[in-house]
Design a protein around this ligand. Structure first.
Ligand code: NAP
Length: 205
């Protein structure tokens, strides 16, 4: 699968590397394809990772990850161009800075792109989990929501390939739940001092 990774920071960088390890072709959609951090990412998997503009990366991919500051969600989603037939993964959190005038990043993406093929995923825990969700003998949980089941199947597989146990919590109206989970993660990691190597696990009996 060819995946456009828009945003080459903590989340985008780690997911790009792990997805490339899993055999996917990654095109980093970046403001500066020649930057040092972009070259360092390409060097991890030169055969599978390349860099381009946001427009070029999205055009060449069937899946587009948006991992940019939530406040920039609308502007960046506008740069994607025609996203017909593409799955848009929203990994952003608007807990601290909203994508004004929108309350939620998925709303901003939908307004800018005209697409509702949006799956919220990879937002609920810290970036350190993306390339290593193992905790002893257990695997961290990942949660996703979206309005199209075929889209969610694809994203579920991408998360399972990273090593997560994945739960589909419903339609995009569930997005605030996933964002609150991210806020809880931040409160535990930083506020309560547990550190960033923590994640969530659903227990069932
Ligand atoms: N960090 C976490 O643990 C974590 C966990 C879950 C969710 N999230 C969410 O994931 C998203 C990305 O977080 P992150 O920690 O990866 O952020 P980050 O390290 O700051 O990276 C964001 C990337 O977005 C791109 N970008 C595009 N337009 C930008 C602009 N106007 N200003 C700044 N960067 C811009 C940049 O890549 P280029 O320079 O290549 O364009 C930048 O590297 C956020 O919405 C965050 O809430 C983060």
């Amino acid at each position: 699968m060819t995946i456009a990774v828009i945003g080459t920071g903590n989340i985008g960088g780690r997911l790009a590397a792990v997805w490339a390890s899993n055999g996917h072709r990654i095109i980093l959609g970046t403001r500066d394809p020649a930057s040092e951090k972009v070259r360092a990412l390409i060097a991890k998997h030169p055969e599978r990772i390349s860099a381009a503009s946001v427009l070029e990366a999205a055009a060449a991919s069937s899946v587009v990850l948006l991992a940019v500051p939530a406040s920039t969600a609308h502007a960046v989603a506008r740069e994607l161009g025609d996203v017909t037939g593409k799955i848009l993964i929203d990994a952003m959190n608007a807990v601290f800075r909203r994508p004004e005038p929108y309350a939620r990043t998925s709303e901003a993406i939908r307004a800018a792109s005209g697409s509702d093929h949006i799956v919220k995923c990879f937002n609920s825990v810290g970036a350190e989990n993306m390339d290593d969700p193992r905790y002893g003998g257990q695997t961290a949980d990942m949660f996703l929501c979206g309005d199209h089941s075929e889209d969610k199947k694809v994203v579920r597989t991408l998360a399972e390939e990273c090593g997560f146990t994945v739960y589909d919590v419903g339609g995009l109206e569930k997005e605030p739940l996933l964002e609150n989970l991210a806020a809880l993660w931040g409160s535990l990691a930083m506020g309560a001092g547990l550190g960033r190597n923590i994640a969530f696990k659903v227990l069932r009996r």
